[in-house]
Design a protein around this ligand. Structure first.
Ligand code: FES
Length: 110
């Protein structure tokens, strides 16, 4: 579990924020008012998903148009043959709480 203090306001202003964690690079984005935390690099060829488009409830890689369900990272279209890691996250007051599934995480805003 990681808590990013005061991150709610930052995310409201910036909408997409890269973060470095001890698990590698991730992106936090605000989707319909809720935080979504996903791995920063596309499973296909490592395209930067900070630049991905949101279409309906999909995240579309800008490089070769692989599409992933925002809710769970499932690859649903395009050349990616692996799902995108998505980590459960929620706001707790002004903070963002990221629920890593194993071990401690040291996430800091990048
Ligand atoms: S790098 Fe994302 S679809 Fe190819």
């Amino acid at each position: 579990m990681a808590r990013l203090n005061g991150f709610r306001e930052r995310l409201s202003e910036e909408r997409v924020v890269p973060v470095e964690t001890d698990r590698g690079p991730y992106v936090v984005r605000l989707v319909e008012g809720a935080p979504v935390v996903h791995y920063a690099l596309c499973p296909h060829r490592g395209g930067p998903l900070e630049d991905a488009y949101e279409i309906e409830r999909l995240l579309v890689c800008a490089w070769h148009r692989s599409a992933f369900r925002i809710a769970d990272g499932r690859a649903v279209y395009g050349p990616a043959c692996a799902d995108l890691p998505v980590v459960p996250a929620r706001f707790d007051g002004p903070d963002l709480v990221v629920d890593w599934t194993e071990g401690p995480a040291d996430a800091t805003g990048g």
